[in-house]
Each structure stands twice: as structure tokens, then as C-alpha cells.
Design a protein around this ligand. Structure first.
Ligand code: SF4
Length: 418
């Protein structure tokens, strides 16, 4: 038995609740079970009940055993002074509150349907990454879509908190935060930390000022990345010389080359190629956050970014042109542009921008990674990034933590069962 299950039972009143008796023998009628409280403090707030003929209004606290009240140190905690009902699985010791009075206690042990409890144990006890995998096919499409949508928005809200912390750090300079997020997203997982470290060593204004000078941009980025090994013939002397000049001009120091992951990776993921894509985007003047706010249609931006490829980039050592492919664009949109657009919308109270961010997610092809493949293998193929982002959040924040009783899918599957 655990408190999560008992909270679920109380929240949905899923127990035999006719002719209820408290442990004291008094009659109990639950008029309102209370608002479920996920923060600190009692589990349910503003519960309303009738005990014999008296109406009681206050908090309800749930525990496996009544002695947990003492063990958790609630007796002297003012947050618990207005608890009017203690709901326990087993009443192993009488509960006395801070004023020395007995708190009404309801024992659920003999009121819970054993079949339902059994189903719950089967559900969360399932070995595997998705405890409900065997029953996902029972979930109607409309519930799946609605829940994934909700999960995607929850993920955006988590990212909002991270964006706000970056904005605080940068005195609400949206261009500076966009530069950091853009660089990080270009690292695509494996090198995102390295790209962020490099971005933090370069003022976005330098890049913007020199956006029409690809050699200078490349010299600064590659030099700060620690890539200039003078023995390495891969970089033209012109670029190295430029960096030496910038070191004096800007008083910058190169970072450690060891930051970079270069193990087995597709040619398109090599840091040097990603750096070229970054330069291509910057060269189009896209470090200007206000310019991005004017874009309503993602297809327009996609077209514009593809067209801003710098004529020749030296990063691959052969002076070849590097293009920003569709998949790379999708990752940048998903991991940098959309979260920051959502944050801007929330921060400035502009629902049109938060809606735009969500609509953009619906217009991007679904992601393909080991988590989205896990959902697909179980019959939940994501239709677009809104759904795959929802799947990532659901998996990480609910399934992996076995929070099935806080998940609409789990709640409905268990409700439907017994
Ligand atoms: S959290 Fe929800 S989706 Fe995940 S395994 Fe549990 S019931 Fe299924």
C-alpha cells in the first residue's frame, strides 16, 4: 500500500462510501473530498463533511498508517492545524492534534475493492518502460491527443522556467538568450553543452555586427572552440590569422578542445558542420529576436533560413557550402525557437504568441528517437512534434516515475477496470 494509491482512492471516492463510520464510531458523510494539493501541506484542502450532525470544513490528510502522522512530525506543524479528517489505510494508533484533541479518523482497509487494488498493483508493478503498454490500445484517440497536447504544454511550461532563469541572468536581453538557446540547440544533444560554453564566451552583438563576414565569424567560433591546432591543415591560414587578430581585439581565450564529442556520429552531426549551419543562420540577420517575432508562418522562416546559407564556409577544410537541412531546422525550431516564443508570449501576456508556438509544433514532422519509437511500437505513433514532445514529457515525468495515478491515461484505465 502507498499514499499515491490512497490519494487516488480519496480523490475519486473509489471506496465503499455508504454508511461510513469513523474509528470513533461516529457517522461520516463526505460532502466534498477537497481540492487535491500537490504542493506542501495537507493532501486535500477545503474538504467538507458532516460528522453526526455537525458540518466540518478543513483539510484532509492521507496516510498509510495513522502513526505516520507522528512520524512525519505534523503534530506541531501549523500547516496541519486545520486538518479535520485523517484518512488512513490502517489505524494503528489514535491521532491527537496540537491541541491534544482526537482528530476524526477514517480507516479504508475494509472499504477498498480488492480487485481494484490488485489491478493497480499489476499496473504499476509491470516491468518495462510503459506500465500501461498492454492496455494503450483501449485509449480512445481523442483522449490520447488531448493528454499528449497537455503534456506538450507542460513541457513548454518547464522550459518557460528555464528560459526565465536565463533571462534573469542576462537582464532580459532576449537577443542574448536567443543566441545561447540557438547555439545549444545546434549541438543537438551530444554537443549541446559544448556549444553553450562557446556561445557564453562570445557576445551575440559581435556575431551580429560581423554577420556579413563569414571568415571572421568562423574564426571566432572555431577559435573559441579550441579547434585551431596549428599542425592541422584543415583550417586555412586566413581563418587562423583572423582569430589571432580577434584574440587581441576582444581579449578572448580559447576554450578546451576536449569539450567536444567526436565519437561515432553521422557526418551531418559533426560539430564543424553544425557550426557552419549556425553561421548560415546568423549571416541572415536572425540573431535579432524582434525580427523573429514578426514571423507568423514557420514555412516562411524555413524558406528564409534555407536561403541564408553563407556562400562559402571554411569549416570543413575544403571551403564547401554547408546547408541547413530540414531535420536540423526542425530541431532548432523545437528546442530553441518555440520554447522561447512561448516564453515571450507568457511573459508579455500575448496569447497570440503562445498559440503560435503551439501551432508551429503541430506543423513540424514528428521526432524520431528511442522514446518516440517506444511509443510507436506500442501503437501510439506521434503525428507531429506537439505529440512527440508530449510523449517525451509523459515518459520522463510520469511513466518512468510510475506516476500513473496522476496521469489521465492511468486514471481512466484504472477507473474503467473494476
Ligand atoms: S504514466 Fe500514464 S501513460 Fe505512462 S505508463 Fe502510467 S498510465 Fe501509462
Amino acid at each position: 500500500m502507498n499514499e499515491d494509491y490512497l490519494q487516488y482512492i480519496w480523490r475519486f471516492q473509489r471506496f465503499q462510501n455508504l454508511d461510513l463510520r469513523l474509528t470513533s464510531g461516529r457517522n461520516l458523510v463526505v460532502m466534498f473530498q477537497g481540492h487535491w494539493n500537490k504542493q506542501s501541506g495537507p493532501d486535500f484542502l477545503e474538504s467538507r463533511m458532516r460528522i453526526d450532525k455537525e458540518v466540518w470544513i478543513g483539510s484532509t490528510e492521507i496516510h498509510v498508517k495513522s502513526s505516520d502522522w507522528r512520524r512525519h512530525g505534523h503534530a506541531q506543524d501549523p500547516a496541519y492545524f486545520n486538518v479535520v479528517l485523517h484518512v488512513v489505510y490502517e489505524d494503528d494508533e489514535p491521532l491527537v492534534n496540537h491541541a491534544g484533541q482526537q482528530v476524526p479518523t477514517l480507516e479504508l482497509k475494509n472499504l477498498i475493492d480488492p480487485e481494484h487494488l490488485n489491478e493497480y498493483h499489476k499496473f504499476v508493478g509491470t516491468v518495462g518502460q510503459l506500465p500501461c503498454a498492454a492496455r494503450l490500445s483501449e485509449v480512445p484517440d481523442i483522449s490520447r491527443q488531448a493528454w499528449l497536447h497537455r503534456m506538450a504544454v507542460e513541457r513548454l511550461e518547464d522550459r518557460y522556467a528555464k528560459c526565465m532563469s536565463l533571462l534573469n541572468e542576462h537582464q532580459f536581453d532576449w537577443n542574448a538568450v536567443w543566441w545561447l538557446m540557438l547555439c545549444r540547440s545546434v549541438g543537438f544533444g551530444i554537443n549541446q553543452e559544448a556549444f553553450e560554453v562557446v556561445a557564453r564566451s562570445i557576445d551575440w552583438k559581435w556575431m551580429d555586427r560581423w554577420r556579413h563576414q563569414p571568415v571572421r565569424m568562423e574564426a571566432l567560433l572555431a577559435g573559441q572552440s579550441g579547434w585551431f591546432n596549428l599542425e592541422d591543415p584543415g583550417f586555412p591560414q586566413e581563418v587562423k590569422q583572423e582569430y589571432l587578430h580577434l584574440v587581441k581585439l576582444l581579449k578572448v581565450k580559447p576554450l578546451m578542445e576536449a569539450l567536444w564529442q567526436r565519437g561515432r556520429m553521422k557526418p551531418a552531426n559533426r560539430p564543424v558542420v553544425r557550426m557552419g549551419q549556425l553561421i548560415a543562420i546568423v549571416s541572415g540577420g536572425w540573431l535579432n529576436w524582434n525580427k523573429l517575432l514578426e514571423i507568423e508562418d514557420l514555412a516562411t522562416l524555413r524558406k528564409a533560413w534555407k536561403a541564408t546559407v553563407a556562400a562559402k564556409l571554411f569549416s570543413d577544410g575544403k571551403g564547401r557550402t554547408i546547408v541547413v537541412g530540414s531535420k536540423a531546422l526542425d530541431l532548432i525550431f523545437t528546442n530553441a525557437l518555440i520554447p522561447l516564443m512561448f516564453t515571450y508570449g507568457q511573459y508579455s501576456n500575448r496569447a497570440d504568441l503562445t498559440d503560435r508556438a503551439i501551432a508551429w509544433m503541430e506543423s513540424i514532422a514528428p521526432e524520431d528517437n528511442h522514446i518516440t519509437r517506444l511509443w510507436s511500437a506500442n501503437g501510439w505513433k506521434g503525428e507531429n512534434v506537439l505529440e512527440t514532445q508530449g510523449q517525451l514529457h509523459l515518459h520522463r515525468s510520469y511513466c518512468c516515475q510510475k506516476k500513473c495515478l496522476s496521469c489521465l491515461i492511468g486514471i481512466n484505465l484504472l477507473k474503467d477496470k473494476a
